[in-house]
Ligand binder design. Sequence first.
Ligand code: ADP
Ligand code: MG
Length: 662
Amino acid sequence: MGPTTLEAPRRIRVLPDHLASMIAAGEVIERPSAVLKELVENSLDAGARHVEVELVAGGRRLVQVSDDGCGMNADDAVLCFERHATSKIATPDDLNAIQSYGFRGEALPSIAAVGRVTLQTSPDDGGIGTEVVIHGGQLRSVKEVGRTRGTMVAVRDLFFNTPARRKFLRTDGTELRHSVREMTGLALGAPVLGFRLSHGGRMLFECHPVGTWQERAQSLFGREMLLRSIELDEADSGVKLYGFLGRPGDARGGYGEQYLVVNARPVQSRLLRKAVLDGYEATIGGGKQPSFILFLHIEPSAVDVNVHPQKREVRFRDEREVYQFVRDAIRRSFAEVGAAEPDLASASLPLSADRPAPGEPGTREAHARTGVAQFWSKRFGDPAQQRTDAERVAEETPPYAAEGHEQAPPPPTASEKGSPQDGPPPFRGSNDRFPQGKKAPRRKSEGAEPQLALPLVSREEPSRAGESGDDQPGAESLLWQFQQKYIFVSTREGLWIIDQHVAHERILYEEAMSAFSGQAPASQRLLFPLTIELTPEQDAILEEVLPMLESMGFSIQRLSGRSMMVDAYPNSVHRGDDGQLIRQMIDDIAGVGFKRTGLKEQIATSYACHAAIKAGEPLSTREMRWLIERLFTTTMPYVCPHGRPVVVKIDMEEFDERFGRT
Ligand code: ADP
Ligand code: MG
């Protein structure tokens, strides 16, 4: 310990305001999106009808919020930067039922402590207003300016005076994503107001004032997403819950679009989130997240928003009651949709009904679960369900687990859209789910299949390789698919067992990585270009990764607004998926946020994982051959990008040993 500990204790001192603000700023303002949130909340409290936000460099260079609210006179324009200066509460009683977004009076001083702030404001349309400039808590100037009613606050160079905090900021793309999320939540909470958000001069979203939350949600998330969701509207004494629930089959890795709005305030409530997820019950497979947009209305005195300086957390007077109400409302809404279509009961695609699940039959839980199962299976049809099941098998079954329990998914339905069937490589038809059987009769067999000696790199011409092998007598004895999951290969040394999913993953991963280092991959035009509608958040992410996706062989065009057209896929992607692949990749990235390093690896891993053949997909001999040949041209054929084994070898000696032949 240093000598200071031996000295007489220092006297207690009240911190100078400036220092106190910097400390407070650490709690309130941790990134540009927090600036956006505080400023927009102020605009809403000021009765604005339109709020416009402009960001530069993910908000690190500039966060600017303009409104047409009540504005401030010259005195208030200076006073608002004082700590605990607020016009929103006056007495302790006011704290018990907060009706405004702000009340702590610390946002503006906190922001001013860590950025370069310019505020312009005017309380009327007289054309005269006040401009206040504060840099790092130091008042620089106060002067009269011309402006109409309303307020504009521009915050430049956030954390310019606190390098330690600046270092914690992520890439522009990630920071932007946080801002978009924040703004989306605020816009959901106030559908009757207009919002605009632009980044670097490009408009990310524009919401016109509308009458209902449904319209607002649609303008933010697109019709498509909402059509696939189920609407909920439940009320109990003093509490009301409404919104959209994403279907369980659409749940994805990373975070879905999850928004909770309590009394018009977007919140992050653990309690509510748990209630929602518990409402979904066992309908969602491991590690996946459903999307939901839920609004809770509750008497203001029954909820405390003064829990955290950022006002994100809320606490309810009766936590248990709220939890149960929300959970049960969600279960009920699933059950009701199921009950409304009783003929669904006979549908043969139960989601969770035939899975062993906790909850005895006859309980409300069991009832709800059946309802959910019925609803999803009928309403959203089979293919998605099959895919989900296949994905589940892929994810939940550890490699080489004892067989016997897995149900083989139904054979793939030939795609509605059909697909080109010509030539190699085999994984090509974008909408092709490997239609099986009924192939045109092959030309004559090419004689006995050569004894395979792995690595199984074909010596044949690619075109011949593509034609040979399939449905060939004898071929099956050397190469066959087991449980639609593993490929068995008979070799001179013994038996090789290859996990079809991870093998394809390894191939795709390496292709993506070499694409990033400049090796242009083969790309194919889609017969039916896909149109995907992105949420503002997804759009912000796509913007950042677009060049990388293009170098991988995707071709993505902006049609208008947040509508994108995907018209080419990398060649090795084996099937189309109405844009799911791109969305899943975006979701993965959204889930982790960009690290400044390793972005390429993250994208390649995500791509490989989602684009690869799943367990449960039948493969033709030709497809298996292709897979094996490609696998052994990768640098690490034995381990997948997640570190799982790709190949398990059983040598002849082991066979012999087991049979006591040695
Ligand atoms: P709080 O919102 O908790 O009151 P802030 O530091 O965010 O604290 O703002 C301080 C005060 O400045 C507010 O109470 C309000 O009177 C005034 N103010 C801030 N932003 C605006 C705005 N956009 N329009 C009008 N008044 C504003
Ligand atoms: Mg405020």
